[in-house]
Ligand binder design. Structure first.
Ligand SMILES: [Zn+2]
Length: 236
């Protein structure tokens, strides 16, 4: 979940687990419910660019055909049940609460399955660059760059990968900062914003090297000045 940028949902699940460990059943149930609400809100945002939340977000996922009718019903009913008797003090007991916790994890997987895999640098290269016969393009295990903060050279496979909205973010293996972002092209490209390859833009904070395996040569993607800016610099 954290890898997919679902930090809020992950937090609620971890609180549900601690509440469960403390035998606070009502609280555990309500955290499971919050985790699922947050997860499906994130799925609607990501897949449909929707800002709707709660039942409306899930309805939209169903209308778009992402959740099949019965699946949508299952999710809806479960969330209602999870929030239901949990609020009557003393009603929830350990077994019931554990059952809901486990079922909640099952429902979470339905949501997670709707989230596309992260696009890695190696995925973007395929079909956009051609390696000479007998050689091949590098994978994330071979592409390398340097962290501007700690100065450690690392391959992209060593960096930590996660999602930020539609972007894939590589964070320094020591957690210092973002070192590479794979994103979608902006409507209007801006100076120093990155390297366009097909449907994606690669933005690297420091020079990045792509060894073409079997040739002894490397392709350099120079650092993009605006790599990590959140907003376009004003033109004035
Ligand atoms: Zn670092």
């Amino acid at each position: 979940m954290t890898r997919q940028g679902l930090n809020e949902a992950a937090r609620h699940f971890s609180r549900a687990k601690s509440a469960f460990d403390r035998s606070e059943w009502e609280s555990a149930n309500s955290q499971v419910r919050s985790a699922l609400e947050s997860l499906f809100n994130a799925v609607a945002k990501l897949r449909l660019n929707s800002n709707k939340t709660g039942g409306a977000a899930r309805q939209e996922l169903q209308d778009a055909g992402l959740l099949r009718t019965r699946e949508a019903k299952l999710v809806q009913e479960f969330i209602a049940v999870a929030g239901g008797s949990g609020s009557h003090a003393g009603v929830s007991n350990a077994d019931e609460s554990l059952g809901r916790f486990l079922a909640g994890i099952g429902i979470a997987y339905i949501g997670l399955a709707l989230i596309p895999e992260l696009v890695r640098v190696e995925d973007v290269l395929v079909g956009q660059l051609t390696a000479p016969a007998g050689t091949r393009l590098p994978t994330d295990k071979e592409v390398y760059t340097t962290c501007p903060t700690c100065g450690i050279r690392q391959t992209l496979a060593q960096a930590k990968i996660s999602r930020d909205g539609k972007n894939t973010v590589y964070t320094c293996m020591h957690g210092c900062q973002t070192i590479v972002v794979v994103g979608e092209p902006e409507d209007a490209p801006w100076e120093g914003r990155g390297y366009r390859l097909g449907d994606h833009v690669i933005r690297n904070a420091q020079d990045m090297y792509l060894p073409i395996i079997g040739t002894g040569k490397e392709v350099l993607i120079p650092a993009s000045k605006g790599a990590l800016m959140k907003q376009r610099p004003s033109s004035s």
